[in-house]
Design a binder for this molecule. Sequence first.
Ligand code: NCD
Length: 336
Amino acid sequence: MLSRGDHLLSIQQLESADIPHLFKIADSMQPYVLRQKRTRVLDGAILANLFFEPSTRTRVSFGTAFNLLGGHVRETVGMKASALAKGESLYDMAKVISCYADCVAMRHPESGSVAEFATGSDVPVLNGGDGANEHPTQALLDLYTIYKELGQNGKSLDQASIAMVGDLKHGRTVHSLSKLLNNCAPVSINLVAPNALQMPDSIIRALETHGHQVQTFSDLAEGVQSTDVVYQTRIQEERFETQEEANLYRGQFRIDKQLFDDACEQSTILMHPLPRDSRPEANELNDDLNLLDNLAIFRQTFNGVSMRMALFATVLDVVDSVHQYAENVPWYSNKK
Ligand code: NCD
């Protein structure tokens, strides 16, 4: 079980029992995310939010989660602005940051880099994405969203039929989500991608070994049929050798209202880790879906804050004391 002082580097560290446990803690964070209450349980604690790759929601949501627990956030953004550009090793940087901070959230373009950093860190490190490898906190918030959304449709996780769509080869979110599903009861999984961007074989084999019913598709409309959840992803253009190669796949798998009406179920939930690429040549999740209640992308973002609060509370060992430090919120908030 994830506990006090632990790093979260790969989703494979978790056990089945972690999932309902973290969901329950995330549920208990809702009043704070909704600004119905505030808590000062982490007053004085410092998060080092180290982001060496582009990010908006992951970085801000880690920071917001820490702030909502009463803690403070120090950030560094971009490789060029950091001592990594002067040749500092990740190990040394971790030793330095451990002197200042109580916890670290980190994103880096190379697979394995966050784990390498953690070897030098004396404080818990949460992986906010390492290259095409993993994005464990995103997987947790994604599964939490699937669980909540299915619950509203009267279904449980073990009855789910999930389509993952897009760049499954390079997408770290779908890699981590697939590995996390191996801690759950077997479900039906459609992997929908251009042949060259299909999910790595090792991940497909692990899903099958676990008993999931896995099917691969290169046709979008076929792949999303009869599914409860469609998890769309962006072509990860930054992971291709050349921009020309990435351009071959951009816009191939677009979901718009027409495709939704023609191919999906009325109750199909549409998810995306975001950002969606809204440039006309990509546009993988069209704006004409924006008013559809099935579009869960911003509820997914919202759930990310509760889940990251749950993770901080767990590794800093304040799960049981969060509510002892609760107070009323005196300011106007649109979220209450
Ligand atoms: C994803 C990522 O960075 O892997 N974004 C996120 O963290 N929510 C997905 C993406 O960039 O396409």
